[in-house]
Design a protein around this ligand. Structure first.
Ligand SMILES: C[S@@+](CC[C@H](N)C(=O)[O-])C[C@H]1O[C@@H](n2cnc3c(N)ncnc32)[C@H](O)[C@@H]1O
Length: 396
């Protein structure tokens, strides 16, 4: 039996023994091909156990389900032919199949990264982003038959959209997960802190996606002032068996960030967003994701004696202008700190007015902060602003 046949046999045995967790195919023999990876898991579809293949292309994912028999044929075509590396995770052992340029195959195994059997229930949600529904039921978004509760449609859409945004960011920043997936025995957890986590809607959904869809070792902490919410959220996390999701009571400003890969702050009030951004920068987070809300700090300072006087005389327009200036300065300060920054609407304004998202992705290359800080000064001068809160708390 050659090594490829041997490896396929190991996969088939793990499926038959119900120890299969997931299989990842990488290193396409044709480097220019748009197909970069194939992620394979098992799912119960209409009561039948099937392979679910996600074909990960540069710009999109294509999911196809195969019967166990068809899937085995597909794997034979892919492993060692189209793809040179295959990582098989089973609850007993992890296996790595690797073919080199000379065609030599190396097969090795190690301790299991995922000793627990995954839930094989197929996604109730068609997007595949939501796997478990206990937390959505307990949060009152879904009823006990997983139907969206009356009046909760917008929140549910927002939750799924947020997970979609993060999924996309992770795909576009593969370096964030790179050291989480290397090595057979060791897997560093992805560490996420959600500042001002509130009822945790988005925190739960993100954890569910990372752990139950991507099978990633992930540690998520929600930080929130309101003690009652901490108790509620920790209970829901325990009921959902989300072992590495914890909520801690505390103020963002006083919270000592542990090592953090992704910092999140969604709708944290006014300058709490700045506090969170500053913490993320200090912790050197790879991704800083925030959706600001209530921009009071700058609004109070904007002076009407600028060129924009006609606009600023209208209350609502002044409010919008304050939002734009506040978030622009946040984006510029992130840029000055080496973050490639995007500002966009993450969900349609039909679902929530608080729909602007600022995302900073840590650059590898150095930047000249002065370029961005000069722009901050110019903007402040233009609007007669003395200071932006974030400037005061970030040391560049
Ligand atoms: C509008 S809610 C948003 C909750 C959640 N992030 C979401 O998007 O669903 C803002 C939450 O941030 C919390 N919060 C505001 N300022 C905070 C601070 N300085 N430290 C910790 N939590 C804070 C509030 O108690 C509230 O629960």
């Amino acid at each position: 039996m050659n090594s490829q046949t041997n490896f396929i046999q190991i996969i088939s045995t793990s499926v038959a023994n119900d120890t299969f967790v997931r299989l990842t195919l990488s290193k396409n023999a044709d480097r220019s091909a748009s197909l970069k990876k194939v992620l394979i898991k098992l799912a119960l579809i209409k009561k039948e156990l099937q392979y679910s293949f996600v074909f990960r292309h540069e710009t999109q994912d294509i999911t196809k389900n195969f019967s166990i028999k068809e899937g085995a044929v597909e794997l034979e075509k892919l492993i060692g032919n189209e793809f040179w590396i295959a990582n098989l995770f089973t609850t007993d052992r992890d296996f790595v199949f690797e073919k080199n340029k000379k065609g030599k195959i190396n097969l090795r195994d190690g301790k299991p990264t995922f000793p627990q059997k995954p839930d094989r229930q197929h996604d109730k949600d068609k997007t595949g982003l939501i796997q478990k529904t206990t937390y959505l039921q307990e949060l009152g978004i879904l009823d006990d038959k997983d139907r969206v509760q009356k009046g909760k449609g917008d929140k549910y859409k927002q939750i799924k959209k947020f997970v979609e945004v993060v999924a996309d960011l992770l795909r576009k920043n593969p370096q964030i997960l790179a050291d989480k997936l290397t090595g057979v025995n060791e897997q560093k957890p992805l560490r996420i802190v959600d500042m001002g986590s509130g009822k945790g809607y988005l925190t739960f959904a993100l954890y569910d996606y990372l752990v139950n869809v991507l099978n990633l070792k992930t540690k998520v902490t929600g930080v929130e002032i309101r003690e009652n919410l901490i108790e509620i959220c920790n209970n829901i996390a325990a009921n959902s068996k989300f072992e590495n999701l914890h909520f801690e009571q505390g103020f963002i400003q006083g919270y000592e960030l542990p090592e953090t890969d992704i910092l999140i702050a969604l709708h944290a009030c006014d300058t709490a967003t700045d506090e969170a951004i500053a913490k993320g920068i200090k912790a050197d987070a790879q991704l800083i994701i925030c959706a600001p809300c209530c921009h009071k700090q700058i609004r109070k300072q904007i002076k009407n004696d600028s060129l924009l006087e006609p606009i600023l005389n209208f209350g609502i327009l002044k409010e919008r202008q304050a939002e734009i200036v506040t978030d622009t300065i946040r984006a510029l300060i992130l840029e000055a700190n080496g973050y490639k920054t995007k500002v966009f609407e993450f969900i349609s304004s039909d679902h929530t007015g608080k729909n602007v998202m600022i995302v900073g992705q840590k650059r590898k290359e150095e930047v000249d902060p002065k370029v961005y800080l000069d722009k901050v000064q110019e903007l402040k001068k233009q609007f007669g602003i003395d200071f932006h809160f974030l400037e005061k708390i970030v040391v560049i």
